[in-house]
Design a protein around this ligand. Structure first.
Ligand SMILES: [Zn+2]
Length: 306
């Protein structure tokens, strides 16, 4: 990694000369507040809601990319160099940022959402529970106020309005899920990313195609065969691929187990612009709709608030 950082620094120095006099990004010049760098697509969306029209949000990961597999770029170092605040998701999701920060010698204030949760979880996919996203929005609000005290009112208002939307959607998801009999709420996905969602809405995680919290692990032949048997014996009717993970093995397992393939879930990344999961709230709505339809063989569907 060290040589990579050295290359970064060289590219950064060259790029800084080339970009001399320009602002951080398109957004930064139009805002009166500071720039905050966030790693993931979910954090980007939450932070933009809290930042209102005051702070500028620079998001490292692009929609549809797998955060576990991300390789940092020189532009990430540049963004961090210009930022007043960095917000990390935490754990294996963006562990790569630690090397970038070290390499850049950055002293920018950094908060890591996973580390602020009590108790700190081993599972880094905290955003799958909207109630935890409420905590994330509040942490971002507090960090923005500390970085930019005159913006207090704007950040408090941004957080308040977003939190009320989150809580309304959370209650609606819980109500929607209750329409599916408990015994039919059996979840199989690509990797172990939905534990927080399953805990919140009382769903049993039967198994995952990649038997790990990261997408970078691989299932052995024995594990795949065991999962096929488990899906059959548990009577799982639908299994769910994920939009940012290769779906080939999942489709093969569904075939072998005699299960249907549900709509792809937004697990570790939001969707591209124009897709139902292009916002965090939209991803929760799309996932819930896919899950209740899959669990109930199409019998249950819900109108969820925006
Ligand atoms: Zn993941």
């Amino acid at each position: 990694m060290r040589w990579l950082i050295a290359v970064f620094m060289l590219v950064l120095a060259t790029a800084s000369l080339a970009a001399c006099g320009s602002s951080t990004g398109d957004d930064a010049g139009r805002r009166s507040g500071p720039t905050v760098v966030v790693t993931t697509t979910q954090l980007g969306d939450i932070a933009r809601a809290v930042a209102s029209d005051r702070a500028a949000v620079e998001q490292i990961l692009k929609p549809g990319t797998d955060p576990h597999a991300y390789e940092p770029r020189p532009s990430d170092l540049r963004a961090i160099g210009d930022a007043k605040l960095v917000v990390r998701s935490g754990g294996d999701i963006d562990a790569w940022l630690a090397d970038v920060l070290r390499g850049a010698g950055s002293s920018t204030t950094t908060i890591t959402i996973l580390d602020t949760l009590r108790p700190r979880r081993e599972d880094p996919h905290w955003w799958q529970n909207p109630r935890t996203a409420v905590i994330a929005a509040q942490r971002i609000r507090d960090a923005l106020i500390a970085a930019d005290p005159p913006g207090r009112d704007a950040y408090a208002a941004g957080a308040d309005s977003y939190v009320s939307r989150l809580l309304k959607l959370d209650a609606a998801i819980a109500g929607c899920m209750r329409r599916v009999p408990r015994a039919d709420r059996k979840l199989v996905t690509d990797h172990d990313a939905f534990g927080a969602y399953a805990d919140r809405y009382d769903i049993e995680v039967i198994g995952t195609v990649i038997p790990a919290l990261s997408t970078q692990a691989q299932a052995s032949g024995g594990e795949v065969a065991r999962l096929v048997r488990t899906i059959r014996s548990a009577g799982v009717s639908t299994i769910f691929p994920e939009s940012s993970v290769n779906q080939q093995l999942t489709k093969a397992i569904a075939r072998d187990a005699g299960a249907s393939v549900g709509a792809a879930l937004y697990s570790d990344s939001l969707g591209r612009a124009g897709t139902p999961g292009s916002t965090y709230l939209g991803s929760l709505r799309a996932n819930t709709s896919a899950l209740v339809k899959g669990f109930s063989d199409g019998a249950v569907d819900c109108e969820l608030p925006g």
